[in-house]
Design a protein around this ligand. Structure first.
Ligand SMILES: [Zn+2]
Length: 441
């Protein structure tokens, strides 16, 4: 069976193998990853015969499909692991059944990221069957611990560097083909991530004497911590628009209705106004325009009648492109303005550089989009979430984050949520997009 229905069957088979990654690798089911790799060998035999396939860093795959020339290669990425399902009863179809219903394949990983894993492999498999050899080497890098910020992608980068590989560009999961993402734009937009925000995890710690809850003192550790959290909430980071976001608005401008068309086309001149307006439009547009601060975990005393001697809050920040981890930490210190609240940095990743949108690599993605999804407008954007490709972006300049599937708002919400699903036509068009991309390399 060739092509498109093979992709649907392969995706259903991969969803049935619960490759859930965990922050503690000891709690991962190694046999599931083993089974997934075996399933890939079964479903994509030509890929495994014609390409050099190796396992790195445990269960990750690094694949080289030799091309006709020594031109700089291209790296296509996806990941094999998925996030847990949460409340399984919230799902319309069981999360690991791979059901085919209402024109969709249902299950954890359908979009993130087994869909693009299958679409990539199917495109390669079909091209090999048709006797096609790519114009340059194509590398496939499939990590096994993306969802828990594991090391697989760093290992892949290390291996590629060791072998002197200098990719022309790298393509990983990221933006999709969406509708209604920008006000005033009716056409579907393919949003291509050209950068991603940084992340900082910080612990806030307030200490005191503790003691019995029957005789509390004023401003104990819990009150002090609460005051610090409220200060952070009341004084958000200043908003500003990075160049990549202006680029997005300008490109969308020629496809927007009035009055948006004018505002977007003159985005550069209107930067100060837009920087003020975007945060007012909702929490998602606010996140596009500033470093965000989320208090995600709180802890106090272990007993209901015990005053906390130590109160802690975990803060997860997403650092705007153009800012730094150190700058973000310094700012929350000065906002909290309390020497008795310790600010301890747990981990930090700087924002990514910004990939170019004015050269041949981006133009190739754009023209491939026009070919396979006519009427779709390609725009660059800054991703809010982190992907494995940030490790590639530290070393190589052209890293694009795009998943070639149409996704409704409900589907986007299903990623890491309930009822994750992909339309079978969308999976088929995704296969066609990877195929067209590889044909033109
Ligand atoms: Zn993912």
């Amino acid at each position: 069976m060739k092509g498109h229905d093979a992709a649907v069957d392969a995706l259903r088979a991969l969803i049935r193998i619960p490759t859930v990654s965990d922050w503690d690798p000891a709690r991962e089911d190694r046999s599931a990853f083993e089974a997934l790799l075996a399933e890939l060998r079964e479903r994509f035999p030509r890929l495994h015969a014609a390409c050099e396939v190796e396992r790195i860093g445990g269960d990750a795959l690094l694949v080289r499909w030799p091309g006709r020339t020594r031109e700089a290669p291209v790296v296509l990425m996806a990941h094999l692991d998925v996030v847990p399902v949460g409340e399984a009863s919230a799902w319309t179809h069981p999360p690991f059944a791979g059901d085919l219903a209402d024109g969709h394949v249902w299950g954890r990983g359908a979009l993130d990221c087994k869909g693009s894993l299958v679409a990539t492999c199917q495109a390669v498999e079909d091209l090999i069957e048709d006797g096609v050899t790519p114009g340059r080497d194509v590398w496939l890098s499939f990590g096994c611990n993306e969802e828990v910020s594991g090391r697989a992608a760093q290992d892949a980068v290390a291996v590629l560097r060791e072998r002197g590989v200098e990719p022309w560009f790298v393509l990983d999961e990221g933006g999709a083909i969406v509708q209604g993402a920008l006000p005033g734009v009716d056409a579907p937009m393919a949003v291509v991530g050209v950068s991603e925000k940084g992340t900082v995890d910080v612990e806030l710690i307030a200490r005191g004497d503790g003691g019995h809850a029957s005789a509390p003192r004023r401003m104990g550790p819990t009150s002090r911590l609460a005051r610090a959290i409220l200060r952070l909430e009341r004084k958000p980071f200043p908003s500003h628009l990075p160049d990549a976001t202006l680029d997005m608005l300008e490109r969308a401008g020629s496809h927007a209705r009035m009055p948006y068309a004018v505002a977007f086309r003159h985005a550069r001149r209107l930067r100060p106004v837009l920087s003020r307006v975007l945060p007012q439009l909702g929490h998602e547009t606010a996140a596009m325009a500033r470093t965000t601060v989320a208090v995600t975990q709180l802890s106090g005393s272990p007993g209901a009648n015990v005053i906390a001697a130590t109160a802690r809050a975990h803060v997860n920040m997403r650092v705007m492109v153009g800012e730094t981890v150190d700058g973000a930490v310094a700012r929350i210190r000065s906002t909290i303005k309390d020497p008795h609240v310790e600010v301890v940095v747990v981990s930090g990743n700087e924002p990514s550089p910004v990939s170019p949108t004015d050269d041949a690599a981006y133009a190739l993605l754009e023209s491939t989009l026009r070919d396979v999804f006519p009427g779709t407008v390609a725009v660059p954007y800054v991703m809010l979430a982190a992907t494995d490709s940030r490790h590639f972006h530290r070393v190589w300049p052209r890293v694009y984050r795009f998943t070639p599937f149409r996704m409704t708002a409900a589907q986007r919400a299903s990623i890491h949520g309930a009822d994750e699903r992909i339309g079978i036509d969308d999976l088929r068009d995704g296969v066609a997009w990877y195929r067209r991309l590889i044909e033109q390399l």
